[in-house]
Design a protein around this ligand. Structure first.
Ligand code: ADP
Ligand code: MG
Length: 270
């Protein structure tokens, strides 16, 4: 296991796409695990009330456990809700419980409602190399909080017919956030997921996305692989569930690419 280069400055990466089922959660937990397995300290923040990222990292997220909800709405320090994941040494998770379902509405009347997560991360004393934020499938205040807190945006795109539909809406929201709340935010990475080599359509989507987003698209494409889909029901990432699977190897390669590319704060824009 050749270690990955650790970033000189902390990287905060939000994984967003308002479409459901495109691989946001899968990408977040598997990249986080791969980075941690290769010597990086990684915090995964679950910002989806469904708590799928918490589940996949084997972290308790039953209603009542300390969670990101209390951080966003109760001023609870982030480190008080962070727990270790047994998926890898140096991997941590701030879980989401179903309480978070109300947060979208409750946040509306809170002071500085768009910057709650950014402030919580700024107050974190625990030193981590990467913070990965898994967003819900919407462009509401939870996703806005994630975009305001991050320096980098990673968009997973599923290799299917309507792949690019809805992206315009996401990118307009990103521009608004850049203009008003977080000028540092950059769309740094696109990852193509659920690639099926048997269909010509998948290749067309890959081509179209690369044409549109250039070198922000990772060279590694994630194949459709049943081991990836099975892993969460065992509370595991695919990297420990089936290390030799194509799914595991592809997320490992994607994580290595992300680590080796690094991030230039004033590099590529949206
Ligand atoms: P999102 O978080 O965007 O809603 P998920 O990561 O939960 O999407 O993925 C949606 C579904 O597709 C899940 O059941 C997941 O296990 C499955 N899935 C994701 N990526 C793959 C893949 N590469 N191969 C097979 N199944 C996948
Ligand atoms: Mg999800």
């Amino acid at each position: 296991r050749r270690p990955f280069p650790r970033p000189t400055r902390q990287r905060i990466i939000t994984v967003a796409n308002q479409k459901g089922g495109v691989g946001k959660t899968t990408t977040t937990v598997n990249l986080a695990t791969a980075l941690a397995m290769h010597g990086c300290r990684v915090l995964c923040i679950d910002l989806d009330p469904q708590g799928n990222a918490s589940t996949a990292l084997g972290v308790d997220h039953r209603s009542g456990v300390p969670s990101i909800y209390e951080v966003l709405l109760g001023d609870r320090p982030l480190e008080e809700v962070v727990v270790r994941s047994s998926e890898a040494e140096g991997l941590y998770c701030a879980p989401a419980t179903i309480d978070l379902a109300g947060a979208e509405i409750e946040l509306v009347s809170v002071v500085a409602r768009e910057t709650r997560l950014r402030r919580a991360i700024a107050g974190l004393r625990q030193e981590v190399d990467y913070i990965l934020v898994d967003c819900p499938p919407s462009l509401g205040l939870l996703t806005v909080n994630a975009l305001v807190a991050a320096k980098e945006l990673l968009i997973p795109i599923q290799c299917e017919y309507y792949a690019l539909e809805g992206l315009g809406q996401l990118l307009r929201n990103v521009e608004l956030v850049q203009a008003h709340l977080n000028p540092e935010l950059r769309l740094s990475t696109i990852i193509l997921t659920m690639y099926d080599s048997r269909t010509r359509l998948a290749d067309q989507v890959v081509h179209e996305v690369k044409e549109h987003f250039g070198n922000r698209v990772l060279g590694t494409t994630i194949p459709r692989n049943v081991r990836i889909a099975e892993a969460p029901s065992y509370g595991r990432s695919v990297l420990t569930y089936d290390p030799a699977s194509r799914g595991s190897l592809s997320y490992l390669a994607a994580a290595r690419e992300i680590a080796e590319r690094g991030f230039e704060p004033n590099g590529v824009g949206v």
